[in-house]
Design a protein around this ligand. Structure first.
Ligand SMILES: [Zn+2]
Ligand SMILES: [Zn+2]
Ligand SMILES: [Zn+2]
Length: 360
């Protein structure tokens, strides 16, 4: 991949840097999952192949667990589901989502080797598992999952050591990426994207992850005057990919970062979340300087004095209005517009008139 390269990020271990200049909205790279699964609670409401939510799904006649939009999705998902389907029949039920994901990963790696594509920059073995940092309660849960995994894992599949399986669970625990449905509104599953695992955190990141369910495809196809309905169906229901997109101008050699936790949290909360889930202390500029913490706390009660109702209503109306605009642009795939709106909505009134001039 010529846009990014692995490098040693000071104090952070391995990271990814840009190998050329990038602009806001640019796709840094796009990556299919190594494996992904639908959450247990949504197993009959989300397609197990394309991760779209559909009112009516057809279920796999063999295991009666996997659900699909149609035959096209079922066929597309069969390579990933085949071993799992057989294992669930013998096991008598579907194991939980962590076990299903770990098993899908192991089957795939056993079959295709540790690098499943020539754009994959790291093997799963090389990724951190942070098992030695896990608190006692999490370790207990991990042991139960491993025990159940070994029960579920078929005798005729390649056998692995407990250490190898623990590593897979550890990697998923701190690197699993939540997959949302086609509208981006609901978290519906979890997947592992090896290159994305290499992107370090920053509370004020220069990149963001966009899940692409292939929504550009119909537009693209009409542009190329392809009229075969089956081609449209196959591509429209393709398995989701993530896209790493630049949020601002990135210079050659600059480290690429994403936010692992929501920036809307104040510094202290972000740091707690990062420590608990990802086992590190964030030392980014925004954490060091507690940037914008005061703004985020502006609506709170101070010594029993509430913010006047009119002021808080004005602020929340404005937020809703901007959120709606951002969502609309996001759904139509206009990420440059999303970026503009995000920047615009956080500007002061004086900046806004300048912003408008630039835009036109
Ligand atoms: Zn589907
Ligand atoms: Zn099945
Ligand atoms: Zn930070």
């Amino acid at each position: 991949m010529e846009t990014v390269a692995i490098f040693d990020s000071p104090g952070k271990g391995r990271g990814l840097k840009a190998c050329k200049e990038l602009w806001a909205g640019d796709v840094v790279f796009s990556e299919p999952s190594l494996a992904a699964v639908v959450f247990d609670s949504l197993a009959d409401r989300i397609c197990h192949s394309c991760f779209r939510s559909q009112p009516k799904l057809q279920r796999c006649g063999q295991c009666k667990f996997a659900h699909y939009c149609d035959r096209t999705c079922q066929r597309a998902g069969w390579a990933e589901h085949k071993d799992e389907c057989g294992a669930m029949k013998v096991y008598g039920k579907a194991p939980n989502e962590s076990i299903r994901l770990a098993a899908r990963m192991v089957w795939r790696l056993d079959k295709e080797g540790s690098l499943v594509s020539d754009t994959q920059l790291t093997t799963v073995e090389e990724l951190e598992n942070h098992i030695s940092d896990m608190p006692e309660d999490d370790l207990k849960e991990l042991k139960v999952d491993i025990h159940n995994f070994l029960d579920y894992w078929p005798r005729n599949s390649k056998q692995h050591t407990v250490d190898d399986i623990s590593h897979i669970f550890g990697v998923v625990n701190c690197n699993g990426f939540t997959v949302s449905d086609q509208k981006g509104l609901q978290a519906v599953g979890v997947g592992l994207f090896p290159n994305l695992c290499l992107v370090n955190h920053d509370c004020w990141p220069n990149c963001t992850v966009v899940l692409n369910h292939g929504k550009y495809v119909p537009h693209l196809i009409s542009g190329f005057h392809v009229s075969l309905q089956s081609a449209v169906n196959t591509m429209f229901h393709s398995q989701p990919r993530i896209e790493l997109r630049a949020l601002a101008k990135i210079t050659e050699g600059e480290e690429l970062t994403v936010a692992y936790v929501d920036y809307l949290n104040v510094s202290e909360v972000r740091q707690k979340l990062l420590k608990a889930q990802y086992f590190f202390d964030c030392t980014c500029e925004h954490c060091k300087n507690r940037t914008k913490d005061d703004l985020k706390m502006a609506g709170r009660e101070v010594e029993g004095v509430k913010v006047p109702e009119e002021e808080s209503k004005e602020a929340s109306d404005y937020c809703f209005e901007m959120m709606e605009k951002i969502n609309k642009s996001r759904l139509s795939g206009d990420y440059h517009e999303v970026l503009f709106e995000v920047h615009y909505s956080t500007m002061t009134q004086a900046d806004k008139s300048i912003g408008q001039t630039f835009r036109t």
